[in-house]
Each structure stands twice: as C-alpha cells, then as structure tokens.
Ligand binder design. Sequence first.
Ligand SMILES: Nc1ncnc2c1ncn2[C@@H]1O[C@H](COP(=O)(O)OP(=O)(O)OP(=O)(O)O)[C@@H](O)[C@H]1O
Ligand SMILES: [Mg+2]
Length: 394
Amino acid sequence: MDPVTNPFSPGAGSPPPELVGRDPILAQSRVLLGRVKQKRAEKSMLLTGLRGVGKTVLLNEIERLATAQEYRTISVEAYENKPLGPLIAPHLRRLLYELDRIAGVGNKVKRGLAVLRGCLGALKVTVDEVTVGLDIDPEKGTADSGDLEIDLPNLFVAIGEAAEDRKSAVAIFIDEIQYFSKKELGALIMAMHKIQQRQLPIVLLAAGLPILPGLAGEAKSYAERLFSFPDIGALSEEDAAKALQDPGKAAGVAFETSALDEVFRLTMGYAYFVQEWGYQAWNLAVSSPITKQVVQHATAIVIPRLDQNFFRVRYDRLTPSETNFLRAMAELGPGAHRTGDIADVLGVKVTSLGPVRAKLIKKGMIYSPAHGDMAFTVPLFDEFMVRAIPDFQP
Ligand SMILES: Nc1ncnc2c1ncn2[C@@H]1O[C@H](COP(=O)(O)OP(=O)(O)OP(=O)(O)O)[C@@H](O)[C@H]1O
Ligand SMILES: [Mg+2]
C-alpha cells in the first residue's frame, strides 16, 4: 500500500485516524463541561493510564469539546523538575488578556492581572516573557505570600471571578500531571477545592500515570471527593479491530479477521501498539485484504522499532540495581507481582528492596495497583526486559 496515504499514526499524542472506545469518557466530559459552565458542582477529571494508552489524544479531544462549548482553555504539559509556577503563568496571563478583550464593564479582569502580577513577584518568577507585558501594579496581600498552597487558590479565585464577570468559563488541561511535586499537586487540589466552594466556572482536566490517584490522595486526603479518576485502559478486541478496520475501509483496504486477531494477540489492545502494527502492515501489504501473514512480517519490523524507541529510552535511564529489580519482575511474567516474590527471584530480603522500588515508582516505571503489588507502567515491558537481558542471573 502507498506509504504516503498510510492512515495509521503511531506516536506520542499523534491523533489516531479513528478515536475508538472512548465514548463513555467523552460523554462524561460533555456533562462535566456543561455543568461547570452553568456553575453546578461536578468533579474535575484526572485521566489515568499506562504509557501509550491514549491519554494525551483523549485530553486533546476533550479540549476540542471545551472549545466548542466556548470555554477559554489553557493547555500545559508537566515534566520532571519543572516547577508549576513558571509553567502555567504565561498561559494564565494570555487567558486574562483574552478575557480582557471580551466586552464587559466589570473590573474583575484587571484585578485578575494585578493578582497574577503579585503572585509572580512572590514566586520569584523572573521569566522575562511572563513579567513583560504585565504593566499593571501588583495587587498586594492576595496571592503574594510566596507559599504556593496559599497563592494558587487565591489566584484561581481571581481568575474564576474574572471569567464569571465576562460570562465565560475556563478549562485548564494538564498532561503528565504526576510530574508535579507533592506540594504543587497539593496547591492545585486546594485551588480547585476553593473554586468548587465558590462555584466559579473553572474546570481542571488532567492526565497522568496510574500513580496519580495515590499521589493526589497523599497530597490532600479530600482529593477523591474533588476529582474523578477514570481509568483509560487498553482497547477491547472489538475496538482494536475497529481502530484498524475503519481507517482501512475509508481508503478501500480491508483486514482479514485472522490479521485482526493476530494484532490483538500481540498488542493486547494497547492503542499505541495497534497504530504501530497497523502502520507497518499497511506499508508491507501489496494488496487488500491485509492478511495474517502480512501482520507477521510487520511484527519483525515493529518489535525492533519498539525496542529502540519506545522501550529503550526508558531502559537507558535505569541504574544497575533498578534494571535488576525490573528484570526479576519480568521473570515472573505479565501482570502485577508481590514485592515478596520479586525479592525471592533476586534471593534478597524484601525490606532491602524498599529504596530501589521507591526510585522506580518516582521514575514512573512501576506503580502499585493494589497494596503490596507492583506492575509496569509501560505495557509489554516485561517482554522487552526478557529480550534485553535474555540470560538473567540475579
Ligand atoms: N482511542 C484510540 N483509538 C485508536 N488509537 C489511539 C487511541 N488513543 C490513542 N491512540 C494512538 O495511540 C498512540 C498513543 O497515544 P497517546 O500519545 O495519547 O498516549 P498516552 O497515553 O498519552 O501515552 P504516554 O503515557 O506515553 O504519554 C498514538 O499513536 C495514538 O494515535
Ligand atoms: Mg501522553
């Protein structure tokens, strides 16, 4: 098939040709956006899921829904060791200027800018692009204590009031939110708590790894009453087939049932892998329908590609003791495993594994789906570890 017209889109955040299996979350988002706009109480949403399940593309789709409902949106991606203040401030400034342009007589927007200005000074945000253009006197005493847990809620309230004043609503999108520190996450949660108490039109929509509900709960115990944590999982067999068939059909190309079965067997329905197999199978196929044999040929290309790109980048960030821990985990096969069993494979005491396990959780490599259990955050990582270290000697 012509590679130029290949509809499949493996990548980070690349919109798929067909966003399958997410209708319930999209319906929930529509209700949430509709309610917040009418200033009715509703839990903000933190999507959680493993690497490559499709959190980013889903978050982007929800942003389109928000824009269609005439929300003003902010969209940021957190990354390791980047503080929240400088990350979000330029976007808040842009938002306030946008609100300023909406006709209205109130002075809440100007006040929002003054509060933001005060907050930036206190947080010592000296990023030029942020302070420049804020030629307004800082408001003293509202959000300028320098303590994020005090300032962020006050800043959000000022912004919420500005939006309310202009009969607008604000949706804040944060991807990879698990990278914020406990203090920052706590400040965000407190800010949303205050917004909800005042019934102001701000909603938070975020995505992160499955460690997120735990982190949020640790930061503030009331987080679970403030947010819903929809679990974004692998696609069902039917949806995975649809993700291949529908874009194929649109281009006049069919997949044999046995080919679809083989992709599902290999990918277990993980969206990113489905796109990779679809993409390579398309390029290899000489005619429609795409057969199981073509998929098998594609496998020989996809696996080394995944190893080099998707898996290797994570593997290369591991220390030898972390590698050893993960390899022992892989020895136990797919799914979640008790730390005690991992210790047994390594022939060490379970208590000695505490520090390395904590580091791996912090790096986002593993998480605890249930007390005492450990699982990979990257789908099929166990198979990769076995390929990377075939002769394992603990
Ligand atoms: N619902 C879906 N149907 C079909 N393909 C999808 C779906 N969701 C995501 N994909 C595809 O899966 C891949 C990964 O998507 P995305 O980058 O959104 O995942 P992610 O969960 O954000 O991953 P990460 O945790 O690494 O950031 C992309 O190639 C995307 O096109
Ligand atoms: Mg993502």
